[in-house]
Ligand binder design. Structure first.
Ligand SMILES: C[S@@+](CC[C@H](N)C(=O)[O-])C[C@H]1O[C@@H](n2cnc3c(N)ncnc32)[C@H](O)[C@@H]1O
Length: 189
């Protein structure tokens, strides 16, 4: 069970301030190479909404998060946006999408939870649907600010996704330090 960070007003305010200078623009450029503009896209774990705003320039994007505090912030900041209170594991959602994007969210899931999430992602994706997810690279897990953080390497990600997704690309990149992150782009099988 994850802790309360991301769930309180104070921690959400702190996270928004800490993350104000980072965004997924480079990852979204990679997504745009495989997912046509104007496609229906679901973002999981929109948090502060920085990536949501960039995605919204190119796609019909639905944001989501399982934190009511982040959702309050998103709705206040982007009143015309569409946002769902949705958990990444169960993905309770009636709509289907052409793509699913997340930036540093799925590492909060344990391996068995990630497997459930991947199955649901496949179910809510249209034919040839695209996924684009970033992860922290490493081994094992840690508890950081009370939150579960699952580290992955390329082999583990390939293995976990392979039943439901064809891997189009999997590459390490730098968020803060060289090779600290992995970007996966896949297509629904
Ligand atoms: C590290 S932040 C990343 C936020 C945003 N994607 C960004 O790049 O700044 C993780 C986000 O995922 C959300 N989150 C964590 N676990 C989640 C889950 N199981 N389902 C949905 N959202 C989750 C948190 O509330 C938070 O907004």
């Amino acid at each position: 069970m994850n802790g309360e960070y991301y769930k309180t007003k104070e921690s959400v305010k702190e996270y928004i301030e800490l993350a104000k200078d980072v965004n997924g623009a480079e990852l979204i450029e990679k997504l745009k190479q495989v997912l046509p503009l104007k496609s229906d896209l679901l973002e999981i774990g929109s948090g502060p909404g920085t990536d949501w705003a960039i995605l919204n320039e190119s796609y019909t994007v639905t944001g989501s998060d399982n934190s009511s505090e982040f959702l309050n912030h998103l709705i206040a900041k982007y009143p015309n946006g569409e946002f769902l209170n949705m958990d990444a594991i169960t993905i309770k959602c009636e709509k289907t999408f052409d793509g699913i994007y997340s930036n540093k969210v799925l590492h909060h899931l344990k391996d068995n939870e990630l497997i459930k999430s991947i199955k649901r992602q496949s179910e809510i994706l249209n034919i040839d649907g695209i996924i684009c997810h970033s992860f922290w690279k490493g081994k094992d897990f840690e508890i950081f600010k009370g939150l579960y953080v699952n580290y992955h390497d390329e082999e583990k990600i390939k293995d976990i996704f392979k039943d439901y997704f064809e891997i189009l690309s999997i590459k390490s990149y730098q968020e803060f330090e060289e090779g600290d992150s992995i970007l996966l782009i896949g297509k629904k099988k």
